[in-house]
Design a protein around this ligand. Structure first.
Ligand SMILES: [Zn+2]
Length: 243
């Protein structure tokens, strides 16, 4: 059976991710040389601090999967939903995971979120190194502390998500994704969440609708909603967009 797919338009959500507590998303061995800590935060090759889009997407996906009983563990490894059912919003939203049934391209693109540096601030104004004691569980004594680099509370990252709209009912998928953003605000991003790290809030949110006609040259067709700070308000704004 042949399935055609036609783009109706794109919805873009832009805003800030504000850190409410220190945030640590670990870097790789490459970035180890740059920072003075045992455990630096992730940077790109130009030293810019960012939250990888894949981390955000993966976290939101797994929170939604846990909420709806689609999260599985296999030999200690988390397994993304692979049900392949036609009405599974996880598979439709985030793309098929080796599924034979769903061949549609994924609906959501999550951009890397870079640390915002306004008013001549440098990255070092937004970083701190925190000693974390590691307890020897046998002796019950503290070992040498590890030094964890964190993005300080009150920092902002530039957030952008793009949704490809193929069908009218794709609006429901966008609302599901925003549900995942709500779950993330009451969960944590990055490492050491149980120690209080990684509480974030989405702020200064904007929803923009660019229908197919916009890309064909009819710029007036773009719909831009006013800025808001609340995810429930964002769901209402998405509901108001007609496509
Ligand atoms: Zn599924």
């Amino acid at each position: 059976m042949e399935n055609k797919i036609t783009l109706k338009g794109k919805i873009i959500i832009k805003g800030k991710i504000k850190t409410k507590t220190g945030l640590h998303i670990g870097g790789t061995a490459e970035t180890l040389k740059i920072g003075g800590s045992d455990n630096p935060v992730i940077r790109d090759k130009n030293g810019r601090v960012f939250i990888p889009g894949s981390s955000l997407k993966g976290k939101i996906r797994s929170l939604l999967e846990i909420k709806d009983g689609k999260y599985k563990y296999n030999n200690g490894e988390a397994q993304p939903c692979n049900c392949g059912e036609k009405d599974c919003y996880i598979c439709m939203l985030f793309g098929p995971h080796k599924s034979d049934n769903i061949k549609e391209p994924s609906r959501v693109i999550v951009r890397d979120a870079y640390l915002d540096l306004p008013d001549g601030k440098t990255v070092y104004d937004h970083l701190e190194t925190k000693p974390e004691n590691v307890i020897d569980r046998v002796k019950g004594t503290a070992q040498h502390p590890r030094f964890i680099e964190r993005v300080v509370a009150g920092s902002e990252f530039n957030y952008e998500v793009v949704f490809n709209i193929y069908k009218e009912k794709d609006k429901e998928l966008i609302k599901k994704f925003i549900e995942g953003m709500k779950l993330l605000e009451d969960d944590y991003l990055g490492g050491s969440g149980s120690r209080g790290y990684g509480k974030i809030k989405f702020e200064k949110l904007k929803a923009i609708y660019k229908p197919k006609e916009y890309y064909e040259g009819d710029m007036d067709k773009m719909v831009e909603k006013p800025e808001i700070d609340d995810l429930d308000e964002l769901i209402k704004l998405i509901n108001e967009i007609n496509f």
